[in-house]
Write a protein that binds this ligand. Sequence first.
Ligand code: DOR
Length: 434
Amino acid sequence: MALLIQNANVLLPSGEFFLGDVRIEGDRISEIGSKLTSGDAEIIDATGLTLLPGVIDPQVHFREPGLEYKEDLFTASRACARGGVTSFLEMPNTRPLTTTQETLDDKLKRASEKCLVNYGFFIGATPANQSDLLTANPVCGIKIFMGSMHGDLLVDEEAALDAIFSKGERLIAVHAEDQARIRDRRAEYGDSTEPKIHSVIQDNQAALNATELALKLSKKYHRRLHILHMSTAEEAELMQRDKPEWVTAEVTPQHLVLNTSAYETIGTMAQMNPPLRSPHDNEVLWQALRNGAIDFIATDHAPHTLEEKAQSYPKSPSGMPGVETSLAVMLTQAAQGRCTVAQVSNWMSTAVAKAYRIPNKGLIEPGYDADLVLVDLNRSHPVLREEVASKCGWNPFEGWELTGWAQVTIVNGQVVYDRGKFNNEIRGRALRFG
Ligand code: DOR
């Protein structure tokens, strides 16, 4: 099987663009050049389109097994395809929790049967599964909820965290919120049903406390640490002052472009953990992303049904979907001059592959896997509820006019999405981690 993408504006590893053709043989990119001969290749006319490495989304919650009424691996991976996301790393807070080899194997099997894109999974830390954390395979890393999670996945005591950081070498990814502080503040503000109180209860200090503790433990053991969905100016400033080279951090598009004013427009749909912050936090997060203190972008795609979201705060669950709009939201920011297209692609693909040591992905170069997305940087289209592919059926950016939507998404050399049409038969592969 061969594909020839003709006349695309191709993003090269140098960050420069080249107007030309890209040939794909099997699952790999084989050649980049001008006027390549087509032979028996299937041709994609990419005139006017820009070719980027497929997005690797390193933090998603896809709900299977156990919570398939919200989302499942098939619907979520279709949403990925629509959004230009060709690989994802998924979190362990499913039912059962992904905390053992057996539950990991079950997820991998389900993904191999249902996922249109490539997949990798975290193993979740509990206070009591130390040996699983050391041996479960393949995993992209260990996920620790230091706060904002109930039940077995919560590890919020320093001694228990120390025990995890002290053993093994795997990357540890933390949801950094201080559970004790959240508990106290919830008791203090308990009666309010205003969604905006969410950002007051789970405040900047709660996030900073946990990030500081994780950083302390990472330094103590020289342990690879990744701070998930960094949300505050204080944490971003800490990263700018004091980030060892073995530490990485991510930010979500929503923490860059939404803030607490969103509670007024979309109510509990804006409720997530860690919460949305102030316009000042938006600014400092942007600055940290641009200067490298924050390394990359993840969506924290966390779908809940509209019915669940319609409950009043605090019964309404935290989380919002993201995979099908993240690239277009970020490319719209590029179109508005906040960053460049090459930066967006680095934050959403190249830098993720590097941090998680995913071989052969994240660049358009001969020999690399043909995980690619063609986007249209010249045309805008609104986010419409009726077009949402995620099973949850809504999106926090509904009504936003976005530039840079995925037109064609290619996974392992196969076209999985083409201008509104899905190839539901294609299956992605399990990612490998170096
Ligand atoms: O808002 C959130 N919801 N943040 C998380 O980290 C978890 C997620 C969920 O699973 O619903």
